[in-house]
Ligand binder design. Structure first.
Ligand code: AMP
Length: 216
């Protein structure tokens, strides 16, 4: 199972990836999470990435491609992986293809979670995440059991991502439409793309994703 979860920021890619990770036993590879860890660790890469992330722009291709190339070599990826937030440009998709072809592998599924822009802003402004384990909550739809406390690891103090403020969300949507959307045609031409209505409840989206996987 080598799969790409595609969609705008806030479409629910991470939420679905966590469920699919459990179902298939393959890891979720989120470039956003990797970059946030690099920022937290104050690494050179993290400092460079932060200058782009802070303003809602994409991080340069070579930085994220390097991260993914290294991550794909880890033993837990030997049976597959779920890419969440990568690739985000045609250059990244080509780089991914080269990495896989070199190892005789290919992507099996690309699932596009479709959510209109108007819904995205409202969703992301109410998103909170755990700085310790990256678990994600939504104040209205997926609130934590105990206010401000992570259900998964018990950490107290859920945070709003600094890029989940309206002005930055709008920039991220511009980046999505200009640089990432063309990937839909890229994968449609390879007959890999499946569209899912991401405005439904997370469990319904999950069911639709599973159904789409069984159709190939
Ligand atoms: P995400 O957590 O996927 O919403 O990503 C948060 C931010 O990290 C994005 O707005 C980008 O600045 C950066 N980022 C994550 N993945 C990529 C990628 N594949 N290419 C470029 N920038 C990325």
């Amino acid at each position: 199972m080598r799969m790409i979860l595609f969609g705008p920021p806030g479409a629910g890619k991470g939420t679905q990836a966590k469920r699919l990770e459990e179902l298939f036993g393959v890891p979720q590879l989120s470039t956003g999470d990797m970059l946030r860890s690099a920022i937290k660790a104050e690494s050179k890469l993290g400092k460079e990435a932060a200058t782009f992330m802070d303003v809602g722009q994409l991080v340069p291709d070579e930085l994220v491609v390097g991260l993914i190339a290294e991550r794909l070599l880890a033993s837990d990826c030997s049976n597959g992986f779920l890419l969440d937030g990568f690739p985000r440009t045609i250059a990244q998709a080509n780089a991914l293809e080269r990495m896989l072809v070199d190892r005789g592998l290919e992507i099996d599924h690309v699932v596009s979670i479709e959510v209109p822009d108007d819904n995205i802003v409202a969703r992301l402004e109410a998103r909170r995440s755990c700085p310790e384990c990256c678990a994600v909550f939504h104040l209205k739809y997926v609130p934590p059991n105990v206010a401000n406390t992570c259900d998964k690891c018990g950490h107290e103090g859920l945070e709003q991502r600094t890029d989940d403020q309206e002005i930055k969300i709008r920039s991220r949507l511009v980046a999505f439409h200009e640089q990432t959307s063309p990937l839909k045609d890229f994968y449609r031409r390879k007959s890999l793309l499946r569209d899912i209505d991401g405005t439904q409840a997370p469990e319904k989206v999950f069911k639709a994703v599973q159904e789409s996987l069984s159709k190939r």
